[in-house]
Design a protein. Sequence first.
Length: 383
Amino acid sequence: MADQIFLHIGLPKTATTYLQTIVWNARDQLRDDGVLLPGVGPRDHLWTARAVCEHKVMETATTRQRAAWDRVRAEIAEADGRVLLTHEFLASATAEQARGMVEALQPAEVHLVLTARETLGLFTASWQESLKNRGTRPMADYPGSARRVAQPVWHWHTLDLREVLERWTDAVPTDRVHILPLPGPGAPRQLIWQRFAGLIGVDPSAYATDGFVNSSMGVAEAETLRRVNQHLVERDLLGHRHERGTMIRTYLADQRLVPRGGDRFWPTPPQIEECRTRADRAIGYVAEHGYHVVGDLEDLRVPDRLEERREAGSATDAEVAEIATDLVAQLLGDVYAVRQERNAARRALDQALLVVPPPPPPPPRWRALAGRVRGRLTRRSST
């Protein structure tokens, strides 16, 4: 059994994809440095999180997906040294589910790792993430009730550091709870990796850090995607997880809308105040309980004064129409390019078939037999 297990549970939108990209790209290097990433690949950690948290998507999961948590535990049982498990969906676990997971990993020494972020930026980024998952809720109505969603990831249940700690820390001793605040504005992006790597016991400078960057949309671009999602939901299109990831997140959001830039924005003033209050409470909770903090806890606080930005609901119909018509033009260009590629492939196939020699004529005895068969068929049809 492994000696130490670092259980990185998020929070969502706190550089988790960035860190996960680094470690999975260097899985063999990590193993050489004494840290095991169990499972076949990143999706085993995703399905482990869904299994532990009993997400409703498990009802339609494949046999292989259902077995991910069992595969991970079996590999940990055979491991020595340190192990890293990482997925932000684990932050949505109930207290009972959290205790169950920690107990399943014992007798190893389980360390709880939470990357955290200034709450206002976290709130805004999580709303955009919900849109990339076919969400339709305006930011003014976000996040809504956790009881109304299939998996309560985009909700304060999972986004509030204090609430997550309250559910998870009953199962883990205080000295094994580690909080890693994202560095403040202007700090090098690699700093969060340096903190994370130091915690799990590897040299951060020995690893490539050109990980995935999850960029944001502008206010009008986000509203355009939200309205597109409304049509998709009404027509019951792109509802499958893979379809959403490929067509909405990657193709439409990341490749078409994000590159436009657009005006940055804030939530409504009451939501800003709620973010500020939740941040202050979380900082006080961490300080009161004496959890290990790697970085500056003050980086989690929402500033008293904010730069001027637009409000999320300020996108006009004219702005959305301009973006939508530009998207239609891009889509037509993409469809045309695909048709051109398909036609070129057909022409190449036709050309290849032309140079294939025709089959040889049948031998004489087969021609005679064919003639007799045709004659019999002719006589039968005339009777």
